[in-house]
Design a protein around this ligand. Structure first.
Ligand code: NDP
Length: 245
């Protein structure tokens, strides 16, 4: 059940994370929103509480284990426990490998992979204490197949799926800690704004536009995974727009 669960969500200042926070709060969860942009988190928390939900926020950069640990401690201090941790923060500066955008490769590895690992590291001790919990990691359709100019991004999203499967195998059988991969197709968010390689942008556009999903469509998938009884472990949900090949 979603109701009364304490849920930490990274990347909650926009897009999928923001919509997930609103959807879960509407279902009675106590949500802790996190990202770097505090003003945007504050605005969303305000909207959620105005609508009768329970929410608070903590500004953190997922590339810093210190920040992520402080986020976990804030959630514990605010709501007493953490039932669900959603590792959603991510970026997608697609580029062709021969452009040698080393800084962007570093950023993707740091946010999309290490950020997820840091979230897992912060959540595991708390969940092991209770012998239950749920870690949800946002991968992508790009975690299943590689698109043009998407070698590094896909590499990070394949890694997220591998890490989540390893987590499930290690923890679920003995501790009731569930692990879920969420793999969205194209969703209308701010994600494309991180692309600086013009050729990658043209390659993306020339693929033909599928009608994108809304962030709320993915929030619904995350809600579903959390809402199942503890005996049910939803291992992965892959959601594409109907018109995406
Ligand atoms: P957005 O760009 O709207 O959201 C990305 C979020 O990540 C923001 O809240 C941003 O907040 C946060 N973020 C980025 N860097 C950091 C950091 N260093 N520390 C903390 N937070 C950070 O994109 P989406 O909502 O689309 O992306 C959410 C997830 O969904 C990502 O993992 C993405 O890869 C995945 N995804 C998206 C798809 C799409 O088509 N949109 C498809 C498949 C997967 P801030 O800048 O305030 O820190």
């Amino acid at each position: 059940m979603v109701e009364n669960k304490v849920v930490v969500i990274t990347g909650a200042s926009s897009g999928i994370g923001q919509a997930t926070a609103a959807r879960l709060a509407q279902g009675g969860a106590k949500v802790v929103l996190s990202a770097r942009r505090a003003e945007r988190l504050a605005e969303t928390v305000h909207k959620i509480t105005q609508a009768g939900g329970m929410a608070s926020y903590f500004s953190a950069d997922v590339t810093s284990m210190e920040d992520v640990q402080a986020l976990a401690e804030f959630a514990l201090k605010t709501y007493g426990t953490i039932d669900v941790w959603v590792n959603n923060a991510g970026l997608m500066p697609l580029s062709f490998l021969n452009k040698r955008k080393i800084d962007e490769w570093d950023q993707m590895v740091d946010v999309n992979i290490k950020g997820v690992l840091y979230g897992i590291a912060a959540a595991i001790p708390i969940m092991e204490r209770h012998q239950s919990g749920h870690i949800i990691n946002v991968s992508s359709v790009a975690g299943h197949r590689v698109g043009m100019a998407g070698a590094v991004y896909s590499g990070t999203k394949f890694a997220v799926r591998a890490i989540t499967e390893g987590l499930r195998m290690e923890l679920s059988p003995t501790s009731n800690i569930r692990a879920t991969i969420i793999s969205p197709g194209l969703v209308e968010t701010e994600l494309l704004t991180t692309i600086t390689d013009e050729d990658a942008l043209s390659a993306l556009k020339s693929r033909g536009a599928a009608q994108a999903l809304q962030s709320g469509d993915i929030a619904n998938a995350i809600f579903y995974a959390i809402d199942q009884p503890e005996r049910v472990s939803v291992n992965e949900i892959l959601v594409r727009p109907t018109t995406q090949p």
